[in-house]
Design a protein around this ligand. Structure first.
Ligand SMILES: N[C@@H](CCC(=O)N[C@@H](CS)C(=O)NCC(=O)O)C(=O)O
Length: 268
């Protein structure tokens, strides 16, 4: 049975699992488009499954609400992405680093209760994205991109609170990337995938890379991947409709264009 993914090309959160699917070459997916502008996808059935009423939402194996593959329903883009990495560990690039002794996705050493410094460090880097980066980048994107697209002024108080912390986080990432090629370490992995969507969208509204050479090198490396090019194409098409000039441009784009067309896009 194909995977069922409630998704929207406008959504950077949906881009995370889309990127895993593209990297892994998984095509047996039925996509249910979410209308983020009108919210028409929020049927009773959808709301029963996606408890916060958000996309992405993944169904694997039909109905039911929990389970082990059969009848699995998952929301939260990072949980979905990780599930896909683990389920399809044998397809495409291994997006979760393997440990010594690991066979067919089973970590024998973990089973024996032993800690692994290298995996612990990778998990720490994965956690940094949601607790240090996303908490600041999401409000900044909302104010710098969504608000102007709606023809609304940015909330300066929100920017004053989050922008300095985001800048600090980007500086830390730049420093980190001076000693390793990827966000998770020596190899491209799920850690890069969780960062990429917001990094991309943010680069449309502010100058992220000019003062951060290591971050810039990282972005060049990861955005050259075929998986990224394939996954981001629908997003570029969709946003070009909302913000003409979106494609191929960066930094300060959105504040200048698309002054709201009377539709409420606050849920984007
Ligand atoms: N933390 C969630 C965030 C999901 C989210 O905010 N999705 C937005 C689209 S980017 C959404 O569904 N918004 C509709 C709404 O809030 O009604 C994740 O990573 O999946």
């Amino acid at each position: 049975m194909p995977l069922k993914l409630y998704t929207s090309p406008l959504s950077w959160n949906c881009l995370r699992p889309e990127l895993v699917l593209a990297e892994k070459g998984i095509t047996d997916v039925v996509r249910i488009p979410a209308d983020l502008v009108r919210g028409t996808h929020k049927t009773a059935d959808f709301l029963e499954k996606s408890l916060f009423g958000k996309v992405p939402l993944l169904e694997d194996g039909g109905g039911g609400s929990t389970g082990d593959g059969a009848g699995l329903v998952l929301f939260e883009s990072r949980a979905i992405s990780r599930y896909l990495c683990e389920k399809y560990a044998g397809m495409g690039p291994g997006l979760i680093p393997r440990l010594a002794g690991e066979v067919h996705g089973q970590d024998q050493d973990y089973d024996q209760g032993r800690g692994h410094p290298s995996r612990a460090i990778w998990e720490m880097r994965l956690a940094v994205e949601s607790v240090e980066f996303d908490v600041h980048v999401s409000p900044v994107i909302s104010e710098m991109m969504i608000a102007p697209a709606l023809g609304k002024p940015a909330d300066e108080a929100v920017l004053a609170r989050h922008r300095p912390r985001l800048d600090n986080c980007l500086d830390v990432l730049d420093k980190m990337l001076a000693t390793m090629p990827f966000m998770g370490g020596e190899e491209f992995s799920l850690v890069d995938i969780v960062y990429m969507p917001c990094m991309y969208v943010m680069s449309k509204c502010m100058d992220v890379f000019p003062r951060r050479p290591n971050l810039k090198r990282w972005w060049k490396r990861v955005s050259a991947r075929e998986g990224w090019k394939k996954a981001v194409e629908p997003m570029d098409e969709a946003w070009e409709q909302v913000v003409p000039g979106w494609k191929g441009q960066s930094g300060g784009l959105v504040a200048d264009v698309a002054k709201g067309e009377g539709e409420d896009r606050s849920h984007l």
